[in-house]
Write a protein that binds this ligand. Structure first.
Ligand SMILES: C[S@@+](CC[C@H](N)C(=O)[O-])C[C@H]1O[C@@H](n2cnc3c(N)ncnc32)[C@H](O)[C@@H]1O
Length: 262
């Protein structure tokens, strides 16, 4: 049975985003578990393999094991309560799947690693899953150590690429999802970072808050990176078009943006 789990933030898939701490941690892992989420995400599996190839010394043996991800329900059609329940059920199914895979590893495979996109602290369930696994093993008397290595997250890279800070002097930053943005937006929140937005929810704010500024970025940190900034009202149509064309080209899009009130 394993003795250690390492949760390693890998930035936006580019080996140059790895911190020195992450590089050192990668070299200690015997088995990396990677969620296999179907075709679109196979790019993400490939990116993880490329990261391992780039920084783990050739004489350090390790395996990358793809773990089929349990099916997730139709989030877009759910209200908040059903969405929360759906995510909790999905996490429970993932915990069971990972436990099964980890418990079947050989005795020589003592350290398991999870390679987390960006930083594990932002909209990622790996820490919760590992907490549940560690608690489950502890109840049967098996203590498994675990740690978290920070990575560069999409909001950090968005700010760097636009050469801005995420907050104004001494002011707050609110981080939220596209699903919640329109309902909760209020200029009193300060600057707002939006992630997980499949539909450019900010478009609905353009009329109501004409002074809002938008700093938008997609495929951050990759050769396909796209950036647009300007007054939300003035640039939203451009962003919509750039985004739709990019989705057409790649089959998927990952974007993050900052809304700044005047
Ligand atoms: C499941 S969350 C993971 C966030 C990640 N843990 C982080 O630290 O950035 C996925 C969301 O992160 C953002 N994201 C991830 N990669 C991105 C990229 N390369 N460019 C822009 N946004 C990205 C998007 O908002 C996407 O919907």
């Amino acid at each position: 049975m394993i003795s250690r789990v390492r949760i390693i933030g890998i930035g936006m898939g580019n080996p140059t985003h790895l911190t020195g701490e992450a590089v050192a941690a990668l070299g200690t892992v015997d088995v990396f578990l990677v969620a296999d989420k179907g075709e679109r995400a196979s790019d993400l599996v490939t990116a993880r393999q490329a990261i391992c190839d780039a920084v783990i010394p050739a004489d350090r043996p390790y395996r990358l094991v793809e773990v089929p991800d349990p099916k997730r329900g139709p989030d877009a059609e759910r209200d908040s309560a059903a969405y929360g329940d759906g995510v909790r059920d999905w996490h429970a199914a993932r915990v069971a799947t990972y436990a099964e895979v980890i418990e079947s590893l050989g005795d020589a495979e003592q350290t398991v690693g999870f390679l987390v996109w960006g930083d594990p602290a932002f909209y990622d369930s790996t820490i919760r899953i590992v907490d549940a696994l560690v608690a489950r093993w502890a109840t049967s008397g098996h203590y498994v150590d675990h740690d978290v290595i920070a990575g560069i997250s999409a909001p950090q890279l968005l700010a760097a690429r636009h050469r801005i800070t995420l907050n104004r002097i001494g002011s707050p930053v609110h981080i939220t999802t596209g699903r919640r943005l329109v309902e909760e937006y209020d200029p009193g929140l300060g600057d707002v970072v939006v992630m997980l937005d499949g539909h450019l929810a900010c478009a609905a704010l353009a009329e109501r808050h004409p002074g809002l500024e938008l700093f938008w970025g997609a495929y951050l940190g990759t050769p396909d990176e796209l950036l647009v900034s300007g007054r939300l009202h003035d640039v939203i149509e451009q962003v919509r078009q750039v985004r739709a064309a990019a989705r057409e080209r790649h089959g998927w899009v990952m974007d993050t943006y900052l809304l700044r009130s005047p």
